[in-house]
Structure formats: structure tokens, C-alpha cells
Design a protein around this ligand. Structure first.
Ligand code: FES
Ligand code: FES
Length: 189
């Protein structure tokens, strides 16, 4: 069957098998390999992309179901060579180790901040609760999302973005937890 899907603003028309999953369409047909295929059983969330502005696990969606619709993947987060604040947050706060879960985490985080710009740590954890990370213990992922939220709030007010955590500035052990910004009142723990 023939489908036409707009992915990251570009329309793609392809012949696909009716049983083809969206994650495989993205990775194998379009060569957008930023989204990962982790479990194929709707457990891990490594495959999360947006389908018409809503995060979905693309291993549970048929490519045919995306026909005539819009898909956004992690490749669309950075614009004009500038990282999205969520991407910067993950870099600044050491929100990843192996990186396998990261694309899905960031797509959900971006959606959260677009709809709820100043979430609490508990709300970040709730938003990401359908996604698994085997490396980080989640602490730094939550911290990364809160960092992005703070940065966007400050930039919206015309201020300077927050500094990276002290452990990053000092070149120390980046795996060490850092205290959350007292100003935020949104402790990541
Ligand atoms: S690959 Fe989709 S949830 Fe794990
Ligand atoms: S960073 Fe390795 S699974 Fe999350």
C-alpha cells in the first residue's frame, strides 16, 4: 500500500507493507535512526515520536496509521544547528549514559514543557513514567528536564540562561548528583 507521511516537515510517499511498524518506517525507510527500537512490546519508550503533536510509542503504531499525518522525531529538535533546551539540559545535567533511551525521553520531555512549561520533579517523573532507562537511575533525566524548564522560563523573561551544574563547570565527577536549584523549588529527588 502507498502512504504519505509528513516527517519533520517533509512529505514522504512510500510503498509499505500493511504490517510495517512506524518505528521501522522511520528507521529503515527514511533512515531516521535517532528513534530507537528497544523492546517492541510497548514497555521501554525508546521509540517515542510525536504523531500529530502527541507522543506515541512508534512500535505500537502501524506506518499505515500515520498516512496523511505528521510525525516529529528527535532529528527535528535542534533547529539551525542550535540544540533544543531539552537537548542542552541532557548534556548539561548528564541526563544520559549509553543514550539508548534518550531520544524517546527527550521527545516526551519536549511535549511536557510545551504543554506544562514549569513542571515539578514529580510531574516530570509522571510524564516519563512510561519510559525505561537502564543506566541513569532517572535522577539526572529529571534534573535535565527541570534545567530546560528553568532555562526557557528565564529566556522568556529576557534573562541569562542558568549556569550548568557545578560538577560540570568544575570538571569534576559528572556522575555525581548535584543539589537542585534552590530557586526552582523543584527538587529532582
Ligand atoms: S521499542 Fe517501543 S516501547 Fe520499546
Ligand atoms: S542512558 Fe542508557 S538506557 Fe538510558
Amino acid at each position: 500500500m502507498q502512504i504519505t507521511v509528513t516527517v519533520n516537515g517533509t512529505s514522504h510517499t512510500r510503498e509499505v507493507e500493511a504490517r510495517l511498524l512506524l518505528i521501522h518506517f522511520l528507521r529503515d525507510d527514511l533512515r531516521l535512526t535517532g528513534s530507537h527500537w528497544g523492546c517492541d512490546t510497548s514497555n521501554c519508550g525508546a521509540c517515542v515520536v510525536w504523531l500529530d503533536e502527541t507522543p506515541v510509542k512508534s512500535c505500537t503504531v502501524l506506518a499505515a496509521m500515520a498516512d496523511g499525518r505528521r510525525v516529529r522525531t528527535v532529528e527535528d529538535l535542534a533547529r539551525g544547528g542550535v540544540l533544543d533546551p531539552v537537548q542542552r539540559g541532557f548534556a548539561e545535567c548528564h541526563g544520559l549514559q549509553c543514550g539508548f533511551c534518550t531520544a524517546g525521553m527527550m521527545m516526551t520531555a519536549r511535549w511536557l514543557l510545551d504543554h506544562h512549561p514549569e513542571p515539578t520533579a514529580a510531574e516530570v517523573r509522571e510524564a516519563l513514567s512510561g519510559q525505561l532507562c537502564r543506566c541513569t537511575g532517572y535522577e539526572n533525566i529529571v534534573r535535565s528536564v527541570l534545567w530546560a524548564s528553568e532555562q526557557e522560563a528565564v529566556l522568556a523573561r529576557g534573562g541569562d540562561p542558568p549556569e550548568p551544574p557545578a560538577d560540570r563547570r568544575d570538571g569534576g565527577d559528572t556522575a555525581s548528583p548535584r543539589p537542585a536549584s534552590p530557586a526552582s523549588g523543584r527538587d529532582a529527588s
